[in-house]
Design a protein around this ligand. Structure first.
Ligand SMILES: C[S@@+](CC[C@H](N)C(=O)[O-])C[C@H]1O[C@@H](n2cnc3c(N)ncnc32)[C@H](O)[C@@H]1O
Length: 288
C-alpha cells in the first residue's frame, strides 16, 4: 500500500537515490505537515538514536571535564533531536503535539510550544541546528526548541562568518536522516569550527560513508561503525522505493537483511573521535 501526503496527490516522486521526495514537508512554516507525514511512514530513527547521542554526550563531557556542552544537529529540521535530547521528549510526544493534538492556529501552537520548551531537562546543554529549510529552523528557534540555528546549504557554499558564529565550538555533531542529503562538504567546516568535536551520524546502509571517514581521518579522527547494529529509520513507502533500495544495497555489495526485505530502511551509526580520545571501544561505551 502506498502512503501519500495530501500534497502528493499526483503520486509520489522519488529523488536520484530512489527515496521518496519529501521536500514539500521539510520547509513548511510550522511542523504539522512534517510530523503527520513522517508518522504515517513509521519514521523512528531520532527515537532509536536518542540513547546513543545521550551516552556520547556524557562521555564527551567526561573527556572535557566540563558540564557545559554544545551540540550541532545537522539537518535539524524542526529541532527534533533537540526536543528529544535537551527537552527529554519522545518522538511519540512530538507526533501527538503536531499531528493528533495540533491547534489549527499556528500562532496558538507557537505560544503553546514556547511555554512547553521554556524549561529544559539539561540546562548546561546548548543545541544549535543547521538545515537548508529556513522555515523549519526559524520555527524551532522561535519555539525555544533549539538554542540557535542556521539555515544554509553548505553543500553549495562556504559558511559565512555569521553561520560560523552559531555553529562554532561544538563538542558533538550529530545527525539523523540527513547524510545522503549532506556530505563531507557540509560536515567539514563544522568539525573545523568545533572544540575537537565528536561526530555521530545515523546513516542509511545504502549510502557510502567512506568519503566522510576519509575527510575525518585528514583531521586526525578515527571513525568507527557500531558493529552489528542496524537501526530502523522508516518503512518504505511503495514497492518502487523498496525495489530501488534493494538495488542500491546490492550495488554496494550488501545483501539486504530480513528487515529490509520486509520493508524497512535500516541505518548504521558512525562515530568519529579524535585519535587521542578514541581509546574506549564504542561497544564498551554503549554497554554502560
Ligand atoms: C529526513 S529529514 C530529517 C530531519 C531530522 N534530522 C529528523 O531526523 O527528523 C532530512 C532533513 O535534511 C535537510 N536537508 C536536506 N538537504 C540539506 C542540506 N544541503 N543542508 C542541510 N540540511 C539539509 C532537510 O531540509 C530535512 O530537514
Amino acid at each position: 500500500m502506498e502512503i501519500m501526503s495530501p500534497s502528493a496527490a499526483a503520486g509520489p516522486s522519488y529523488d536520484h537515490t530512489g527515496k521518496l521526495n519529501l521536500n514539500h514537508v521539510y520547509n513548511r512554516p510550522d511542523p504539522r505537515d512534517y510530523f503527520s507525514t513522517l508518522s504515517k511512514l513509521g519514521y523512528c530513527v531520532p527515537e532509536v538514536a536518542k540513547p546513543f547521542f545521550k551516552r556520547l554526550l556524557e562521555a564527551k563531557r567526561e573527556a572535557n571535564g566540563e558540564a557545559a556542552a554544545k551540540v550541532v544537529d545537522v539537518g535539524c529540521s524542526y529541532g527534533i533531536n533537540a526536543a528529544l535530547i535537551k527537552h527529554d521528549m519522545s518522538l511519540d510526544d512530538l507526533y501527538r503535539l503536531y499531528a493528533q493534538e495540533a491547534p489549527d492556529d499556528q500562532a496558538v501552537m507557537l505560544e503553546r510550544d514556547r511555554a512547553l520548551f521554556a524549561d529544559c531537562a539539561d540546562d548546561q546543554l546548548s543545541i544549535v541546528g543547521l538545515d537548508i529549510a529556513q522555515n523549519a529552523v526559524a520555527y524551532a528557534v522561535d519555539a525555544g526548541i533549539l538554542d540557535a540555528g542556521v539555515s544554509a546549504d553548505l553543500e553549495n557554499r562556504e559558511p559565512s562568518a555569521a553561520d560560523l558564529r552559531v555553529v562554532e565550538n561544538a563538542d558533538l555533531i550529530i545527525s539523523t536522516g540527513c547524510v545522503g542529503y549532506v556530505t563531507s562538504s557540509s560536515l567539514e567546516p563544522l568539525v573545523e569550527a568545533g572544540r575537537d568535536p565528536w561526530m555521530a551520524n545515523f546513516v542509511l546502509r545504502m549510502f557510502d560513508y567512506e568519503p566522510v571517514e576519509e575527510m575525518m581521518a585528514r583531521h586526525g579522527y578515527v571513525t568507527e561503525r557500531l558493529d552489528g547494529a542496524l537501526f530502523p529509520q522508516r518503512r518504505f513507502v511503495s514497492e518502487a522505493e523498496h525495489a530501488q533500495v534493494l538495488d542500491n544495497l546490492r550495488e554496494r555489495g550488501l545483501s539486504p537483511v530480513e528487515a529490509e526485505q520486509d520493508g524497512w530502511y535500516l541505518a548504521e551509526l558512525h562515530v568519529s573521535r579524535p585519535a587521542g580520545q578514541a581509546g574506549t571501544p564504542l561497544e564498551t561505551m554503549f554497554a554502560r
